[in-house]
Design a protein around this ligand. Sequence first.
Ligand SMILES: [Zn+2]
Ligand SMILES: [Zn+2]
Length: 145
Amino acid sequence: MPLKQPESMDECVYFTQRSLEGGKGSVKVWVFKQACPKCKKSIMGKPRDKKGKALIRAKEYACPGCGYSIDKKSYEESLTANSQYKCPSCGSSGEAQIPFKRKNIEGIPTLRFQCGKCSAGIDVTKKLKEKKGKAIGEEAADEGI
Ligand SMILES: [Zn+2]
Ligand SMILES: [Zn+2]
């Protein structure tokens, strides 16, 4: 069954699209936001300041309905990372799901999916921040919105 695709970035805590090994493969990864584990009504998001602006660098997620909050890491690790890929090793396309939990691979926090055909690792590394304060575009998506 094909994975559910996000209709907008607003539905995701994480979204990225990468080309792998010089274009031999590619991968798209998305992670849906989840409803509050406490009230199960509202979608968890970044807390907002008094003017209603989301605090994207906040270290926690909060429920806009009941106010329940959970630290960023625990919340993210409870989510599922979805991917659609073209394997750079064997060229086959497929989909995979893993827990949204990065592993340290060669010193870089990495989401490692596995090709369903040849079992090669399909790695999505965390992009390191080049500039502080850059909050638009893929960089921001990688940080989680
Ligand atoms: Zn709630
Ligand atoms: Zn493969």
